[in-house]
Design a protein around this ligand. Structure first.
Ligand SMILES: NC(=O)c1ccc[n+]([C@@H]2O[C@H](COP(=O)([O-])OP(=O)(O)OC[C@H]3O[C@@H](n4cnc5c(N)ncnc54)[C@H](OP(=O)(O)O)[C@@H]3O)[C@@H](O)[C@H]2O)c1
Length: 276
């Protein structure tokens, strides 16, 4: 049995579908009732990753687990997973860990998760993706009320990756030999600006969408309204101070998958209904 954490999220959701398509035994971990995106026939188990003891039933008979970073007690969580007999952990980390500064909270929580996974004494695979194509879903509220998208860091190109491709690599690591103790830095096939993504969406939707870049002050205020200040600082560190070059394009994703990594246009075509 394969246990998929974050199964209602961008990557975990794609992973559940990928494993079901491949005929693998899948159990989706959920902790709230936000499970509408799950296929109706998938096995489910509830549990809170912040509370390792709540996972006893979910971990029963599990051979390998797909895990996300950032829960309250990552070492305790990994001990629970190991003691339950799990034999492989695939961790969704972040490309920002690669050479990142531990003073940055995003780097720090992913690095802590990676350390816990490595220290657990189990085979592991760590995925370090670039920014997700699905981040464009954050524009949905703005697109519902008009054609203008206000965007922080509008001059920063990102070699964004499709969660579908991250999930495809995770599925490989969970089901095929040869990925133990591997760290994969996964990127998309091309670096694009927010304005490029808006142009692609505009053409797809037949709408006159426009990007309105935010000044740094505006960006700080808008981000600060939705996240703690240390996260705002982290994103300024990445994209204004230039601590993280998320525009780098690497061949790893396409080499692992044996096909080109998916572009933002391909992601947008597959998810166009969400924007209509
Ligand atoms: N977005 C990016 O550009 C980017 C780039 C690199 C790395 N990352 C990393 O990717 C991760 C996010 O992945 P994603 O976008 O696939 O996820 P997501 O769409 O944000 O969904 C989060 C998932 O985690 C589940 N979850 C949250 N708290 C939980 C808990 N206490 N116990 C059990 N499940 C819990 C949620 O379940 P519910 O539905 O029940 O809430 C949901 O399924 C983050 O660690 C982020 O730092 C993101």
């Amino acid at each position: 049995m394969l246990l998929i954490a974050g199964a209602t999220g961008n990557v975990g959701g794609e992973l559940v579908h990928a494993l079901l398509r491949a005929g693998e035994p899948v159990r989706a971990l959920t902790h709230t009732d936000r499970d509408s995106s799950l296929p109706p026939d998938v096995e489910r188990a509830t549990g809170d990753l912040n509370d390792p003891e709540s996972l006893t039933t979910a971990l029963n008979g599990v051979r390998a687990i797909f895990l996300l970073s950032g829960y309250a007690d990552m070492p305790g969580l990994l001990t629970k997973i190991r003691d339950a007999g799990v034999r492989h952990v695939v961790l969704l980390s972040s490309g920002a860990v690669d050479g990142g500064d531990l003073a940055n909270v995003v780097v720090r929580y992913h690095a802590a998760a990676e350390a816990a996974v490595k220290d657990a004494g189990l085979p592991w695979t760590i995925l370090r993706p670039s920014g997700f194509h699905s981040n464009a879903l954050r524009w949905l509220p703005q697109l519902r009320s008009g054609n203008v998208v206000r965007e922080p860091f509008a001059d920063v190109p990102v070699a964004g990756i499709d969660p579908f491709d991250i999930a495809a690599v995770a599925a490989l690591a969970l089901t095929r030999p040869g990925h133990d103790h591997a760290i994969y830095r996964l990127t998309g096939p091309e670096a694009v600006l927010p304005a490029d993504r808006i142009r692609i969406l505009a053409r797809l939707l037949g709408r006159d969408l426009r990007l309105q870049p935010l000044s740094d002050d505006e960006a700080r205020a808008e981000l600060g309204a939705t996240m703690p200040s240390e996260y705002v600082d982290a994103f300024f560190n990445f994209f204004v101070d230039g601590a993280y070059d998320d525009a780098v394009v690497l061949p790893t994703t396409s080499e692992l998958l044996g096909r080109p990594a998916r572009t933002f246009r391909q992601w947008a075509e597959a998810h166009a209904d969400a924007f209509r």
